[in-house]
Design a protein around this ligand. Structure first.
Ligand code: FAD
Ligand SMILES: NC(=O)CC(=O)C(=O)O
Length: 324
């Protein structure tokens, strides 16, 4: 049987994961990743790697399904002894009492009592909190691990910007669009927009718990802590704003006083590919095109669940073409 030729546009976590999932689903497929940028120069590489839905308003049952698949994937990755992934515990503190449904995928979930809140709260607006365990997945080493598997499976990589999807028509049977924010131009999706995020990577080994509130976050990685919390919609500026950096640092020091002694390592800005929902579907107009983009602040969290479903959609198209 002739091997189906699949093009995956994009080499962020969703592009590489979708390409690998397609290889695993359709072993005789010839898969090519075509991308303008590669890790460590994608939005995915800037992510803190927290496994938790954030700035993603999609259907919560889909989010839970995708997140569960990612957590299972992380446990497989950790079982191999890879760096850059681990369980972490900490505090999710909010100004309003609301227990999100996605907490059901987390471990050791403990809604804080009034007494516990009195000890943990650092601001008057800290009214409600939950302690739980989740995971982190550092994107850059993970994407490297996935890329090595992809190439070992016979996958091909091409570095170039795709100006028009139709360019790929003659050489490929199915095209997968994992271009993130690039989809705005590539497929004319005006529903996708940037949510600018600025972060600081610091070293502060004595901080052992994450801490997230409505505005700020301090998230653990193997040897660094990522301090964040800006989320500016429709802002395209990716230059580091020193005043914002100061606000992020000071704001996190109020929440986690031990961070006062942190050593600042680097500053980063990138643009979350935000959309009302993740676009994971066969393009009804363009037939041979599958979309997997628009993951907002949750692309690491959702990636493997989305990649598996993307591969299933590609398999549907391949089967349909085989009948022609
Ligand atoms: C500061 C910050 C912190 C974050 N923290 C977290 C977190 O802790 N947890 C979490 O789950 N998520 C987090 N996110 C969100 C996460 O980073 C994104 O949702 C995720 O990276 C999106 O991945 P992607 O592969 O879809 O897109 P991208 O990583 O943006 O990759 C898109 C790829 O498509 C390529 N491309 C685009 N257009 C074209 C074209 N025309 N031709 C060829 N190639 C093209 C690009 O070169 C790139 O390789 C964070 C985001 C930011 C900004
Ligand atoms: N989940 C977070 O708090 C961080 C994040 O996902 C982002 O900044 O985006």
């Amino acid at each position: 049987m002739v091997s189906p030729k699949i093009a995956v546009i994009g080499a962020g976590i969703n592009g590489v994961s979708s390409a690998l999932a397609i290889q695993e689903k359709i072993p005789n497929a010839e898969v090519t990743i075509i991308s303008e940028k590669f890790s460590p120069n994608t939005t995915s590489d800037v992510a803190a790697g927290l496994i938790e839905p954030y700035l993603c308003d999609d259907d919560v049952n889909k989010i839970i399904r995708w997140t569960k698949a990612t957590i299972h994937r992380i446990q497989e990755y950790m079982a191999e002894g890879n760096d850059g992934a681990e369980e972490m515990s900490g505090y999710w503190i909010q100004s309003v009492k609301e227990v999100p449904k996605w907490l059901e995928v987390m471990k050791n979930v403990n809604v804080l009592s009034e007494q516990e809140m009195k000890q943990i709260a650092k601001r008057p607006e800290h009214k409600f909190g939950v302690f739980y365990s989740t995971w982190y997945l550092e994107p850059t080493p993970y994407i490297k691990w996935e890329t090595e598997k992809f190439l070992k499976n016979g996958g091909r990589i091409v570095q170039r910007k795709v100006e028009n999807i139709r360019e790929l028509d003659k050489d490929f049977d199915v095209i997968v669009n994992c271009s993130g924010l690039g989809s705005k131009k590539l497929v004319g999706d005006n529903g996708i927009y940037p949510t600018r995020g600025q972060i600081i990577k610091v070293s502060c080994p004595k901080v052992k718990h994450f801490f997230l509130d409505d505005q700020y976050y301090a998230l653990l990685n193997d040897s660094t802590i990522t301090l964040g919390g800006t989320k500016d919609q429709h802002q395209w500026d990716v230059t580091v704003n020193p005043k914002l950096a100061q606000k992020i640092f000071e704001g996190n020091c109020v929440n986690v006083p031990s961070l006062r002694s942190a050593r600042i390592l680097s500053h980063h800005v990138d643009l979350r590919p935000s959309r009302a929902t993740v676009r994971l579907e066969i393009d009804s107009k363009l037939g041979k095109l599958v979309h997997n983009y628009g993951h907002g602040g949750s692309g690491i969290t959702l990636h493997w669940g989305c990649a598996l479903e993307c591969a299933a959609l590609v398999e549907q198209l391949v089967a349909k073409r085989a009948k022609l």
